[in-house]
Design a protein around this ligand. Structure first.
Ligand code: GLC
Ligand code: MG
Length: 249
């Protein structure tokens, strides 16, 4: 296939097996050079933690960087300011202070480090057992205050509270319409709960890496279709397997 939009989560999807990552990087560099394929990272990390990973793993510069679970999109490679058109869309119905005040009432929720608290993202750590109990209660309280929000639980530990129209998938849709890639020419890759939104970008081709977490496995079991592929291999090897499956490479 010629030009396509390649979207991938970073932790435990693109990154996890160094040898496989190098192999995939070569494929992507060639494809981008030859056909203008777009490379997009969609990570839960803030820009600060993305920079750390980029240094550690010598990551390719993407054509667009989606950080903080879809709440920020960067195009220019100096990553100074997030795309303002996207930020404007997210601010509708969002009240960050009130979200923090309400969530702060639950002692089971422990705030994540300061770098991960963003304008459109309030993030906590909460164990699975506690999450089962607390999340429905939190959901109810936030609704009562008329806040438009999106609760996302990932990796059996991370809770993100985002504006209603914010997640990785909606950020990808925004890029699709900007760059004119339809579902057949879009492939998304992921391993955990915050990637479920990626696999819900209409009929985008989806690659779930073989090492996927239980929340995504469970979701896949009830959402199987021919445009979602569960790879046998792990990390970047799973991505390569899926790209061959869909004949992107
Ligand atoms: C990344 C972020 C964290 C978030 C998690 C899940 O680890 O650093 O803030 O909660 O992804 O989305
Ligand atoms: Mg991940």
């Amino acid at each position: 296939m010629k030009s396509f939009m390649f979207v991938t989560d970073l932790d435990h999807t693109l990154v996890g097996d160094n040898e496989a990552l190098e192999k995939l990087k070569k494929e992507l560099i060639n494809h981008r050079e030859k056909y203008g394929t777009k490379i997009v990272y969609a990570t839960g990390r803030s820009l600060t933690l993305y920079d750390e990973l980029k240094q550690e793993q010598n990551l390719l510069d993407p054509d667009a960087l989606i950080t903080s679970v879809g709440t920020e999109i960067y195009f220019d490679s100096n990553y100074k300011t997030p795309d303002s058109e996207w930020s404007n869309k997210l601010s509708i119905g969002w009240n960050r202070d009130l979200v923090e005040e309400i969530a702060g009432k639950f002692e089971e929720l422990v705030l994540q480090q300061p770098s991960e608290q963003r304008l459109f993202k309030v993030s906590y750590l909460v164990k699975e057992e506690a999450a089962k109990k607390v999340l429905p209660q939190l959901d109810k309280l936030l609704q009562k205050e008329n806040i438009k929000f999106n609760l996302i639980y990932s990796g059996s530990k991370d809770l993100d509270i985002l504006p209603l129209h914010a997640d990785k998938g909606l950020a990808v849709k925004y890029l699709q319409s900007k760059w004119q890639y339809d579902a057949q020419k879009t492939v998304v890759c992921g391993d955990s709960g915050n990637d479920i939104a990626l696999f819900s970008v209409e009929q985008a081709r989806g690659i779930i890496v073989g090492n996927a977490r239980s929340e995504l496995r469970d979701w896949y079991e009830v959402n199987k279709t021919e445009y979602r592929y569960f790879a046998k291999l792990f990390y970047a090897n799973g991505i390569l397997e899926g790209l061959h499956h869909f004949k992107f490479i």
